[in-house]
Design a protein around this ligand. Structure first.
Ligand SMILES: C[S@@+](CC[C@H](N)C(=O)[O-])C[C@H]1O[C@@H](n2cnc3c(N)ncnc32)[C@H](O)[C@@H]1O
Length: 278
């Protein structure tokens, strides 16, 4: 067995047979750099993944352009190692709180916030959003604005009634959660509960913004395969309504990731408003 332990050997055999990681596994098996390389290479990456990112950035731009939604506090839930989701929102919220299930993802974000050596280069995505806003040359100002606006990095678990645990966090004007709930929830009941947990973080009248990969069952991060809950657009809308929200927008696109990385059938980008009784 050379210098590999028996445990390691068993683990790698399990992987070859297609072990599906989920839940707690995120803390040990989800490698931020592999995730970024595969899904967020943008200019130098694969066409399908670029199209998904553009769909996402275009919708975020429409949602958070000046004159649209804005306010004091935005909480991003399941941020992962990424900051692209804040490029439009940073212009219209005073304070952004980011959060993820794993410390490693938060560390990766922190590297970028502090401009540390080895931090991910988001400049192609930043330039793309600046172009949508009308001036591609302002990308460094936007990066500075994201760095100024993100005030806290917290751990979270969407499966808990209080996803941010004991952290003292004011009720939010907006909760953003992109591509995270379908990874975190083991079944539709858990998904419904997670939506309610996120709605609980909002002020009445606040907005929940979410992007869902539809009919997805798994995705790759490096050599690790992760479970994804398969969701239909109707299931997403119904969960939001049951949680006391009014669905204001549900933008469907048939685009897919590259099959080698992720099996899904389309996406929906949803904006919902928390009702007074929720
Ligand atoms: C596919 S990534 C999405 C990351 C990022 N939001 C994006 O748009 O690329 C899924 C994220 O969900 C997080 N996650 C997994 N289980 C979770 C849980 N129980 N609560 C909150 N986040 C969780 C993972 O750590 C990971 O960062």
């Amino acid at each position: 067995m050379g210098n590999r332990s028996r445990g390691e050997a068993e683990r790698s055999t399990a992987r070859m047979e297609g072990e599906l990681y989920k839940g707690e596994d995120y803390k040990t098996e989800f490698q931020p750099q592999n995730y970024l390389k595969t899904y967020y290479a943008f200019d130098s990456g694969t066409i399908a993944e670029n199209e998904v990112l553009k769909f996402n950035l275009n919708n975020l731009f429409e949602t958070f352009s000046p004159g649209g939604m804005g306010g004091d506090i935005l909480i991003d839930i399941g941020s992962g190692p990424t900051i692209y989701q804040l490029l439009s929102a940073c212009e219209v919220f005073r304070e952004i709180i980011m959060s993820d299930y794993t410390e490693l993802n938060l560390r990766e974000v922190d590297k970028w916030l502090k401009k540390e050596l080895g931090a991910y280069d988001w400049s192609p995505a930043v330039q793309y959003v600046c172009e949508l806003e009308g001036d591609r040359s302002k990308w460094q100002e936007k990066e500075a604005r994201v760095r100024r606006t993100v005030k806290r990095l917290l751990t979270c678990d969407v499966n808990q009634p209080r996803p941010l645990g004991s952290a003292q966090v004011p009720a939010a004007d907006c909760v953003l959660s992109l591509l995270a709930l379908e990874c975190a929830c083991r079944d539709v009941d858990a998904y419904r509960a997670a939506i309610q947990n996120l709605v609980g973080l909002l002020k009445p009248g606040g907005h929940l913004v979410t992007l869902v990969a539809l009919r997805c069952c798994e995705y790759m991060v490096g050599s690790r395969k992760f479970f994804v809950l398969s969701l239909e657009q109707e299931t997403v809308e119904k969960a939001l309504q049951e949680a006391g929200c009014q669905v204001l927008k549900c933008q469907y696109s048939p685009i897919k990731y590259s099959e080698a990385f992720c099996l899904n059938e389309g996406f929906c980008f949803v904006v919902a408003r928390k009702g007074p009784g929720a």
